[in-house]
Design a protein around this ligand. Structure first.
Ligand code: ADP
Ligand code: MG
Length: 695
């Protein structure tokens, strides 16, 4: 391990740089750039090679290049929107069109016929040969103009700061970069064995790559300098999560006695017996809860695997000890369903189940808060509202979080902090299966178990992809299904995330389907409806009073109607695999054969086709998760925009997955041998980010 570098320099505020006044500082701070070190680690997202010129004739579509030529013709058009086309020719006697849609008059005037222009961009096939849309360019005067000496880094844009100014700032910050020995935190033997450069070399290489650097590797993020940084960043996150886990466990928690009287009563009352997988996971939970340290367990189980009842059993262990359990779900609809299930299961046993959501207001809210605070509410079910200020538990023993991928780590922590009399045990549930290597990194602070078996009697869902032109056939199919007493979902999806736009689309689909299906009772749920209205519609659908339910993706998680055996998902090509799989999980919950129809707008992109094919081929959430990972990367897979997992500066869990075993081994070594170094690595990469604060 190297000598301790001075942390002071790294933490020096950016105001030491020339030209950084309050206004600029604010813009940088808005992107989280506060210290010199933040700029050292503000890494380019790509590189441009302006060290050479490519003859226009040798340009290849899709391959970025720099060209130089003379303006042969200029055309300004206004037919549909303003545009400027500049034809360039060079000595290879070929022509390239530069095309601009946004330009100022002065800019257009620069391009006189005969002017010399150097342009950098990615050529694409156009109407008259290759063209570059909005290339970077310079007008050259007479004489020699030197080419670039090094590759040009392209930084992630920062609002209000031009690329050239940002570049200058980074170069200025690099002049303060401490010498190699003062910067390095990783063991040298380890780096040597992996063939990776020092941090010092890596940072300089990435900001100022030499002319002969391997551009292809850099663009792919596989350059040794990038892998060096990825290794340390992954290590920092791993250490942060592990430290958080250790800190929590050190605090201890009150063990539950594991009194199963209530559990036995519930088992006897259930209309089914638990699957082997449910039994196994329940036994793990019970063993965890009997320990005098907080349980930190993630239960993965595919949609419909029966996680809720297992959570209910665990909650009963808390209740049996005279303490409280809380169950938090990401959407109101899902929370309401949990409430209904838990009331059905637990109230006959004399257990008080209380409801707390954002829409519980006024007197009802005051009453709920009072029940939670006095302990009269033994099990509390709700949404994010559970974590709000003013919610005081009497004695929270177990915090259960459903559909974890919808919550950020910090939200998980907030519920944990509700344990006034010590840290509560935590049970986190997710229907988004995560490949093992990834789970070890994403959830290094949790133990993971899987309910990897579905309750018996389920028939696998048949999935078909259908072009939207064939909608009329589908309407027939729904009519037939409903005539047989079966039920169907019609899911409307839009790229637009706003509830409002989604609600409108669902509303018009609802009206259209009502018109073409006069014999079918059609219902509608969307995010803009009142909770009571939504609930009434859901109940009507559950009770079979409605044949067809038109819905937005609010029904995505957890909704359970066993008699529904047909699902249509509109615009399926726009959704990710995980989300489609979740939606599809709403059918195939009963014993009738179910069908999921993925309705798409042709033409399908290659990626969209692969996604739809994957869904047609398998119902296995783990297989889908692997494929999802391969097709789009972990950020979206985990739905972790908020957890920070997707916001790695350098690392990419998929691309750098081969580093993970090293990361885990290195984390073990550092936590054992050099916890102070571990601290500094965390501080360097994760900084003060509250999500890892060891509370
Ligand atoms: P998920 O894991 O997706 O949250 P749920 O907990 O909603 O699944 O369970 C899906 C359905 O399966 C519910 O209707 C539940 O009552 C039922 N169920 C759970 N366990 C079993 C079992 N062992 N046998 C039969 N049905 C079960
Ligand atoms: Mg569920």
């Amino acid at each position: 391990m190297s000598a301790a570098p001075s942390p002071a320099l790294a933490e020096t505020p950016l105001s030491v740089l020339a030209g950084v006044g309050p206004a600029l500082r604010e813009k940088l701070a808005a992107r989280g750039l506060l210290t010199l070190q933040d700029l050292w680690l503000h890494l380019p997202r790509s590189y441009e090679d302006r060290t050479a010129l490519t003859p226009i004739r040798a340009l290849q579509p899709g391959v970025a290049a720099q060209v130089e030529g003379r303006v042969e013709a200029v055309e300004r058009g206004f037919r549909y929107r303003p545009q400027l086309k500049v034809a360039l020719t060079d000595e290879s006697r070929a022509t390239l069109v530069l095309r601009f849609f946004h330009f100022r008059a002065a800019q257009a005037a620069q391009f006189a016929v005969g002017a010399r222009v150097r342009a950098y961009g990615t050529p694409r096939p156009g109407a008259l040969g290759l063209e570059m849309v909005h290339p970077g360019y310079t007008l050259l005067g007479a004489g020699e103009h030197a080419l670039g000496e090094a590759l040009d880094p392209v930084y992630p844009a920062i609002e209000g700061i031009g690329p050239a100014s940002l570049r200058k700032l980074v170069l200025q910050a690099l002049r303060h970069l401490p010498p190699e020995a003062a910067l390095e935190l990783l063991p040298e033997d380890w780096l040597r064995a992996l063939g990776l450069p020092s941090l010092h070399t890596a940072i300089l290489t990435l900001h100022t790559p030499p002319k002969d650097a391997d551009l292809a590797a850099l663009q792919a993020g596989r350059h040794p300098a990038q892998r060096r940084l990825a290794l340390e960043e992954l290590l920092a996150h791993q250490l942060g999560l592990r430290r958080q886990r250790l800190a929590l466990q050190a605090e201890g928690a009150r063990a539950l006695r594991g009194d199963e009287r209530l559990v036995r009563q519930l088992r006897a009352a259930l209309p089914f017996t638990l699957t082997g997988a449910q039994e196994r996971v329940y036994a793990q939970l019970r063993a965890d809860l009997r320990q005098p340290r907080p349980m930190l367990r993630l239960v993965q189980g595919d949609v419909g695997s029966g996680k809720t009842v297992v959570a209910a059993l665990a909650a009963l262990l808390a209740v049996a000890d005279g303490r409280q359990a809380a169950l938090m779900a990401p959407t109101e609809l899902l929370a309401e369903q949990h409430l209904a299930n838990l009331r059905t299961w637990l109230q006959p046993l004399g257990v008080e189940v209380c409801w707390l959501a954002g829409k519980v207001t006024g007197k009802a809210r005051a009453q709920a808060l009072q029940a939670v605070a006095s302990g009269a509410a033994q099990v509390v079910v709700g949404t994010h509202a559970l974590m709000q200020e003013g919610v005081e538990f009497h004695d929270l023993a177990l915090a259960i979080i459903d559909e974890q991928h919808r919550f950020g780590v910090h939200q998980r922590l907030a519920l944990r902090d509700k344990g006034r009399r010590g840290v509560p045990h935590q049970l986190v549930m997710t229907a988004t299966p995560i490949p093992r290597t990834l789970a070890m990194s994403a959830y290094a602070d949790l133990d993971v178990s899987a309910i990897d078996e579905l309750p018996p009697g389920r028939t696998p869902v048949t999935t078909i992809a259908l072009s939207a032109e064939r909608r009329p056939e589908l309407v027939e199919r729904i009519r037939a299904a409903c005539a047989e007493g079966r039920q169907a979902y019609w899911v409307c999806t839009l790229i637009d995330d706003s509830d409002e736009v989604q609600a409108q689309a669902a509303q018009s689909t609802f009206e259209a389907l009502q018109t073409v299906l006069p014999g079918v009772r059609v219902g509608l749920v969307h995010g803009r409806m009142k909770a009571a209205e939504k609930q009434a519609t859901m109940r009507a659908f559950k009770d079979g009073a409605l044949g067809l339910l038109v819905a937005t993706t609010v029904i995505e998680v957890g909704v359970d109607v066993p008699n529904a055996s047909l699902m249509v998902i509109e615009n399926a090509e726009r959704l990710g695999l995980a989300q489609l799989h979740q939606l599809r999980g709403r059918v195939g919950r009963g014993s009738v054969a179910s069908t999921c129809v993925l309705l798409y707008q042709p033409p399908l992109s290659a990626l969209a086709r692969q996604r739809l094919d994957t869904l047609r081929q398998t119902n296995d959430g783990f297989v889908i998760a692997e494929k999802d990972l391969e097709l789009r990367g972990p950020g979206e897979l985990l739905g972790t925009r908020q957890t920070g997992l997707a916001s790695f500066r350098m690392a990419d869990l998929v691309r750098d997955a081969d580093l993970l075993p090293q990361v885990h081994a290195l984390a073990d070594r550092l936590l054992g041998e050099a916890p102070d170094v571990a601290e500094r690595i965390i501080a360097r990469w994760v900084g003060g980010a509250a999500r890892y604060a060891a509370a």
